[in-house]
Structure formats: C-alpha cells, structure tokens
Design a protein around this ligand. Structure first.
Ligand SMILES: C[S@@+](CC[C@H](N)C(=O)[O-])C[C@H]1O[C@@H](n2cnc3c(N)ncnc32)[C@H](O)[C@@H]1O
Length: 270
C-alpha cells in the first residue's frame, strides 16, 4: 500500500485542490451536517478524511467534549491534517492510518460518519458501507456525498476535448478499481448494512466563467491533466488540446459549465 494508490495523488497540488474544493462546498456541507443532527459533544468519523479540511470543521462543530476520528490510508494526508489540527489547537481529533478495504473501523457507538468522495475510489463500496454501519449506534447517521452521474460535467457550447477529458478521468478511476457513479449503488447497499435512508438531495451547479464555483472544476482539470500524464494515460499533445479548449471556454463569457451531479444521502442505523 502506498500513497500512489489514491488515483488522484497526494502531492501538494492535490492538497491545495482538496482545500479549495472544500471551500466551494463548505456552506452546503455545514447545512447538511446541521440537518443530519450533528451537535456539540457528538462523536463523528471522517471516513477517508484526506488532508483534513472537513475534519477541522467537524472538530469545531462537535467541540472539545466531542470527538472526530479521521481515518485515512495516505500517511501524507494524515500528516497534513494533524499539522493543521495542531495549528488550531484542536485536541479532539484522533487519526487512524488504515485501508478501509482491509480493516474494520475498530470503533463502535459513534453518532455519525461523514463520507465524501471516498466510496467512488474503493474496490468494494459494500464493505465500506458495512464497516461504517458497524461503527454507529442505532439512530446514528451515515452521511454520504458521492457522485450520481459524473458525466453531467458538460459545457455549453459543447467542448469535445473536455468531453474526452471527463471520459478519461472516469476510465482512470475505474482502472484503479473505483466507480465514479457510485451513488447509484448506495441505495441498494445501505439497507443491506442496516441503514435506512432518511433523506436524499441532489447537488449540481451550472456556472459561467465569472462564477467562484468555476474555479473548482478548473483546478481539477489542471491538477488531473498533470496526474493523467504522470500515470502515462495521456500524451502531452492530448493534455495541450484539453488545456487550450478549456482556456477558450473560460475566455467566452457565454460559456455555461454544468458540474458532475452529486447525491447527498443521510441514512440512519437501525
Ligand atoms: C477525493 S479524496 C476526498 C478526501 C475528503 N473526504 C474530502 O472530502 O476532502 C479521497 C480520499 O479517500 C482516501 N481513500 C481512498 N481509498 C481509501 C481506502 N481504501 N482506505 C482509506 N482511505 C482511502 C484517499 O486517500 C483520499 O484521501
């Protein structure tokens, strides 16, 4: 197991991208957690926590009497997260280095689990969902933010090179054993693990190049063109064709970009 196992990489550019991505989604996430009932004193698992941007918000939300358990496979991400929590004097976060496909979470009786953009990367979402359910007390909530249809990431007017980029990203996740549209599988997997859906909500944005949200997919394109090249899945000419087309789209104020359709699921342990 190495940091390279995460198909998008764990280098500084990916840490920065995940940070920006969290800022774009932050208001939606805070509202989701509030609606799911996360409160002061709660014990929450951040499943596949990455470099810890949501971990920090969760730790502040549950306060010093609460606890966040951040589980993550990448040692590099865990180091970044631990340093960020220490810089904020957050002493209510525990870190666990683990592979969700190899071990159980090793805890029980938690109030909530937060799982964002992780089920799409694991080889068995069913195993992961079962492990999350086992760590919750009856009435505890499992909260998922995962893609329902990644291919809704489209441009108007159409941009063929960018469509090929989206297809290439989806193929690279599948080649690494994941499934981008994993939210389609979750409704069948949750009851099997003893989780009953309490609410679902789709999230999708359609934005112009002037919109703050535009920079979220934009940063994904830049970081992942480099990553696809690093993985040997594309050529430099291919990268340049995508980059050029994205610059053209960004320079055209009439462009509309629709983001990948994400599904928010809050499910309760029975
Ligand atoms: C796209 S990042 C999302 C990080 C974080 N949840 C967030 O929303 O910013 C996916 C994360 O899942 C982690 N991950 C993927 N497969 C894993 C596994 N089998 N066990 C533990 N962590 C895993 C990766 O290392 C990475 O940190």
């Amino acid at each position: 197991m190495t940091d390279q196992d995460y198909v998008l990489g764990t280098h500084a550019a990916e840490v920065a991208r995940l940070g920006f991505q969290h800022r774009v989604w932050r208001s939606i996430v805070l509202e989701c957690w509030r609606k799911a009932g996360i409160r002061l004193g709660h014990r929450v698992i951040d499943v596949g926590a990455g470099p810890g941007f949501a971990t920090i918000d969760l730790a502040e939300l549950v306060g010093p009497r609460g606890e966040v358990l951040a589980v993550e496979r990448s040692g590099r991400f865990l180091e970044v997260s631990a340093a960020a929590c220490a810089a904020r004097d957050l002493s209510n976060v525990r870190f666990r280095s683990m592979d969700l496909m190899k071990e159980s979470l090793g805890v029980t009786g938690f109030d909530a689990a937060w799982c964002r953009w992780v089920a799409c990367f694991v080889s068995s979402p069913a195993t992961m969902v079962g492990r999350i359910a086992d760590a919750l007390h009856p009435g505890g909530v499992a909260i998922f933010h995962e893609y329902l249809n990644y291919a809704t990431w489209q441009f108007a007017p159409r941009r063929p090179a960018l469509e090929r980029f989206v297809a290439k990203v989806m193929a690279s996740w599948r080649a690494a054993g994941g499934e981008p549209d994993v939210a389609r599988e979750l409704p069948a997997l949750l009851p099997a693990a003893g989780l009953r859906i309490r609410h679902v909500r789709p999230h999708v944005f359609t934005v112009t190049p002037q919109d703050y949200i535009w920079e979220w997919p934009a940063s994904f394109i830049e970081v992942n063109l480099a990553r696809l090249l690093e993985l040997g899945r594309v050529t430099t000419d291919w990268v340049e064709s995508v980059r050029l087309e994205f610059q053209q789209a960004a320079a055209d104020p009439a462009t509309l970009m629709t983001t990948p359709l994400l599904l928010e699921i809050v499910a309760e342990r029975q």
